[in-house]
Design a protein around this ligand. Structure first.
Ligand code: HEM
Ligand SMILES: [Ca+2]
Length: 652
C-alpha cells in the first residue's frame, strides 16, 4: 500500500526538494535512470525488430565486410562506351556463352574475353599515357633486378608443414581461367629475341628491358646486359584507342573453365570431338591426353619427331609440368563426366552433353576454389569478412572482371611458393625422378606416362612456406633449355616490372584503400614491414609514396591465417568476392535459366579435387583434404582408397 502511495506521489517531487533525504534522493535518481534505461532498451528493441523486418523484406546479407575495396577508376567504362562490340543476348539461355558475354544482362560485355581488367585505382604513368611512373624527385624507379638481388634473397628455405605442392598448379590453373595478358612479341614468339636492344639506339620495344649489372651473380657470368622484358599488348592492337594505356584480358574473366574450353568459338570448336559431348583427346599408351599441337609434329625423312605440346582452352597449357598436369586432368574429367551423362541419358545430343558437362566442370572448379583453396591461402578472417563461403548473392551492379592490381600484382604473390623441384613418385612413394621446373618450361614431355607418379609427388611433397623471396631457380633461371635459345629470366624482377608496365598505383595508395593507416613516412610502414626492410626501402625510394605495389606486398608480414599481408589479402579477397557475386552463372545462384536444382548442388558440393584425381588417374589412395600434407608413413589411414570417392550424377 505504502509503495503504491509513494509511487503515485513521486511525480510531485523533484530531487531538489528539501523534504527528501539523501537516501531518497539517490533512490529517485536511480528511478529516473532506470526509466531512461528502460526507454533506451525499448527503443533499441524496436530498432532491431525494424531492421530484422527490413532484412527479411529486402533480403540483404547480414555480414557487412569492413574493408571491401571500392573502384575509383574511370577508364574501364571508356572501353565499354567506345569500343565494345554490340551483342544481343538471350536472357533465357541456360549455358554461358564461350567468350563470357551476356553474363551480365545490363552490361553484356562485362567480364567477356578481350575486355579490360578492372581497376581499383586509376593507373599511374609519368606522361599520363603509358610511360613508366617516376619517383617523387623525378628519378627513375629502382632497377627491378637490383631490388630482387638486394631485398628478396632466398635465405629461409622453409617448408610449409601443412600444405603440399598441389596449391601451386591449382593456383595457376585458376589464374589461367581468369586472366591472360599477352606480351608484345616483336621479332619472335615468347621468349622473344630482343638482342637488338643492346644496340646503340634501341627501338621502342626495348624501353622496358631490365638492365643488368656486370657483377650480377647469375647473368654477369654469361656476359648478359639485359633481361628481355616486353610490355603487354594494349587496346590499340584491337582497334580501340584508349588513354591511358589499357590492357585487355584475352581470357574470360569469370571462373567458367575457359582454360579448358577456350575463350572464343574457334578455339572451343577446335577442342571438341563433336561426338558424345566429348573433348578431343590424344591417346598415348592407352591414356588420354590433351590433343597435340600439329605444328609441333615435325617430319624428318621417314621419321616423325614429336615435341609434346598440348592444346587446351588456355594458351599457357605447356608452360610447366604442374599446369600441363591440371589441363590434362580436366580434359579427362570432362570426358569422364560426358561418358557418365551419355550412359544415363542415351537420347541426349552431343551438344546437350557437352554443355551440361561444361557447366558441371565450371561449378566443380568454383567449389574447389572457394571451399578448399581460398580458406588455405586467405584464412578465416578474410573468408568471413568478405563472405567468400556464404551463399552467392548475385549482384548485377558488381563487375566480376579480374583486376589489374590482382593479375599484375597481388595474385602473383603465390609465385613465392613455387617449388624448386618436382618429384615423381612410384606406388610405394619412393621418388624415381626429380625435375627442376626450369628444365621443363614449355616442354611437358616427361608427363607422358608419368601422370600418376607426378600426382603422388605433388601430394606427398611439402609446399614452400610463403616468404619474401622466390626459390632460387625461379628468381634466376625460370627457363633453361638447350632446345630453346634462351638465357633464362628472373620471375620476381618481371613481377615488379610488370606492375610498372601497367601503371599500378604505388604501394601506399593501395595500402590505404585496404584500410590501413595512411603512411606519411617510411617508418609508418613498421606495422607490417620489418625495420631492416624499411631501411633498405629508404635507400631505393625517394619517398614512401614511391614504393612499388608488388615490392610492398611481398615484404608485408602475413595476416594470421593468410599467406599474404593485409594489402595483398584484401585485393585477393575482393577479387574472389566479385568473381562470385558478380557472376550470374555462379553454381549456387538461384532463379536463373542456368541455375542448378538444389539436389544437383548437393551432389556437386560433394565433389572435391580428390574425386577428380581419382576419376582421372590410376592412383590408389588420396587424402580427403587434397591440398593438405598427409604423410603416407604415419597417416596412411587418412588416405582413403580411390573407390570411396564416388561421383553421383543421378540428379541430372
Ligand atoms: C611453376 C609455377 C609457375 C610459373 C613457372 C609461373 C610463371 C609465370 C610467368 C612467366 C608469368 C608471366 C610474367 C610476366 O611476364 O609478367 C606469370 C604470370 C602470372 N602468374 Fe605465374 N607462374 C606459376 C605459378 C603461378 C601461381 C601458383 C599463381 C597464383 C596462384 C600465379 C599467378 C600468376 C598471375 C596472376 C600472372 C599474371 C597473369 C596474366 O595477367 O597474364 N602463377 N607466371
Ligand atoms: Ca574464364
Amino acid at each position: 500500500m505504502g509503495n503504491i502511495l509513494r509511487s503515485r506521489d513521486k511525480p510531485l517531487l523533484n530531487e531538489n526538494s528539501p523534504l527528501i533525504g539523501s537516501e531518497a534522493k539517490s533512490k529517485l535518481k536511480w528511478f529516473n535512470l532506470r526509466n531512461v534505461l528502460l526507454f533506451i532498451t525499448l527503443l533499441l528493441c524496436i530498432l532491431i525488430i525494424l531492421y530484422g523486418v527490413f532484412l527479411i523484406i529486402f533480403n540483404k546479407p547480414t555480414k557487412t565486410p569492413t574493408s571491401r575495396l571500392i573502384s575509383v577508376a574511370t577508364i574501364n567504362n571508356d572501353y565499354f562506351d567506345k569500343c565494345s562490340p554490340p551483342v544481343t543476348c538471350d536472357p533465357k539461355a541456360k549455358y554461358r556463352t564461350v567468350n563470357g558475354s551476356c553474363n551480365n544482362l545490363l552490361n553484356p560485355n562485362w567480364g567477356a574475353a578481350l575486355t579490360p581488367f578492372y581497376r581499383y585505382m586509376d593507373p599511374v604513368f609519368s606522361d599520363g599515357i603509358s610511360v613508366f611512373r617516376v619517383q617523387s624527385d623525378g628519378s627513375p624507379l629502382p632497377n627491378a633486378r637490383t631490388l630482387t638481388l638486394t631485398m628478396f634473397q632466398d635465405t629461409l628455405k622453409i617448408c610449409d608443414h601443412q600444405n603440399n605442392e598441389l596449391l601451386v598448379p591449382w593456383g595457376q590453373f585458376i589464374t589461367h581461367d581468369v586472366a591472360f595478358s599477352p606480351v608484345r612479341s616483336v621479332n619472335s614468339s615468347f621468349p622473344a629475341a630482343l638482342d637488338h636492344c643492346e644496340d646503340k639506339n634501341p627501338p621502342i620495344e626495348c624501353e622496358a628491358v631490365i638492365r643488368l649489372s656486370p657483377d650480377d651473380p647469375v647473368y654477369g657470368k654469361k656476359n648478359l646486359t639485359i633481361l628481355k622484358f616486353m610490355r603487354l599488348i594494349t587496346a590499340p592492337a584491337y582497334n580501340c584507342t584508349l588513354v591511358p594505356a589499357t590492357v585487355l584480358n584475352t581470357n574470360t574473366h569469370y571462373i567458367d573453365s575457359s582454360n579448358v574450353y577456350g575463350s572464343d568459338s574457334d578455339v572451343a570448336n577446335e577442342l571438341r570431338l563433336f561426338s558424345g559431348g566429348q573433348l578431343l583427346y590424344n591417346t598415348i599408351g592407352k591414356q588420354e591426353y590433351c590433343p597435340q599441337d600439329p605444328t609441333k609434329v615435325v617430319k624428318k625423312g621417314n621419321q616423325t619427331q614429336v615435341t609434346i605440346a598440348f592444346l587446351a582452352g588456355d594458351v599457357n597449357v605447356n608452360q610447366n609440368l604442374g599446369i600441363a598436369l591440371f589441363q590434362n586432368l580436366f580434359l579427362r574429367f570432362h570426358n569422364y563426366l560426358a561418358n557418365k551423362l551419355q550412359a544415363e541419358h542415351p537420347s541426349w545430343t552431343d551438344e546437350t552433353i557437352y554443355q551440361e558437362t561444361r557447366r558441371i566442370v565450371a561449378a566443380v572448379t568454383q567449389i574447389i576454389t572457394y571451399d578448399s583453396f581460398l580458406p588455405i591461402i586467405l584464412g578465416e578472417k578474410y573468408i568471413n569478412e568478405y563472405g567468400l563461403n556464404d551463399e552467392t548473392n548475385y549482384d548485377p551492379t558488381l563487375i566480376a572482371s579480374m583486376a589489374q592490381e590482382m593479375t599484375s600484382g597481388a595474385f602473383r604473390l603465390l609465385h613465392n611458393i613455387i617449388p624448386a623441384q618436382f618429384n615423381y613418385m612410384s606406388e610405394n612413394y619412393t621418388t624415381y625422378e626429380v625435375e627442376e621446373p626450369s628444365k621443363s618450361f614449355l616442354r611437358p614431355d616427361t608427363l607422358i606416362g608419368n601422370v600418376d607418379g607426378f600426382i603422388r609427388g605433388l601430394t606427398e611433397t611439402p609446399g614452400r612456406e610463403p616468404q619474401p623471396s622466390y626459390n632460387n631457380l625461379i628468381s634466376n633461371i625460370v627457363i633453361e633449355l638447350p632446345t630453346i635459345n634462351t638465357t633464362g629470366f628472373d620471375l620476381l624482377s618481371y613481377d615488379i616490372q610488370r606492375g610498372r608496365d601497367v601503371g599500378l598505383p604505388p604501394y601506399t595508395k593501395i595500402r590505404s584503400l585496404c584500410g590501413l593507416p595512411q603512411a606519411k613516412s617510411f617508418d609508418d610502414l613498421s606495422d607490417y614491414i620489418p625495420s631492416e626492410k624499411i631501411n633498405q626501402l629508404k635507400q631505393f625510394y625517394s619517398t614512401v609514396d614511391d614504393i612499388d605495389y608488388y615490392v610492398g606486398i611481398l615484404l608485408e608480414d602475413k595476416v594470421t591465417g593468410s599467406m599474404f599481408g593485409p594489402t595483398g589479402s584484401c585485393v585477393i579477397a575482393d577479387s574472389f568476392y566479385r568473381f562470385r557475386n558478380g557472376d550470374r552463372f555462379f553454381y549456387d545462384v538461384k532463379d536463373q535459366p542456368g541455375s542448378f536444382t538444389s539436389d544437383q548442388i548437393q551432389s556437386l558440393k560433394k565433389i572435391t579435387l580428390s574425386h577428380i584425381i581419382c576419376a582421372t588417374s590410376e592412383i590408389e589412395r588420396i587424402q580427403k583434404d587434397t591440398f593438405r600434407l598427409i604423410d603416407h608413413i604415419r597417416l596412411m589411414k587418412l588416405k582413403p582408397k580411390c573407390e570411396t570417392y564416388t561421383i553421383n550424377l543421378s540428379a541430372w
